[in-house]
Design a protein. Sequence first.
Length: 138
Amino acid sequence: MNRYTNAHLEHYADRFIALRLARHGVSLEQYLANVERFERLALEPEPPLPAQQAAILRLWAEQDAGLASLGGDSEPAPLPDNHQDWRELLARWRLETEAAERPLAHLPQRNGAVIEPLRHHCHSHARSARCFFNKRGA
């Protein structure tokens, strides 16, 4: 464990806060152990916030599926004849899924998975005294 003077600690703690290294997932103790490395890390762009990350993932998914909007922010571009809104596609897929699941809705389920109930029962009268080895002195 390293010991730091108060002046050293205050200087690097202020620098740690000014460089916003906590946003990069670095603790003050890690920063003090390797100052040069983490000061270079401060020059890299900060990772996105969780809300920004969710929006990024949504936009990537829309682009990958070909469901992204075609126009810019100012004026929407004219849509091609075969264009279908992604919300309509999702609604249609939900209806198709519900229609496919409807014939199975009456079956018993456990955690959403259809199960077949077991048809056997425990018959305790079928067990004889020969089954209890601890009583026979074995």
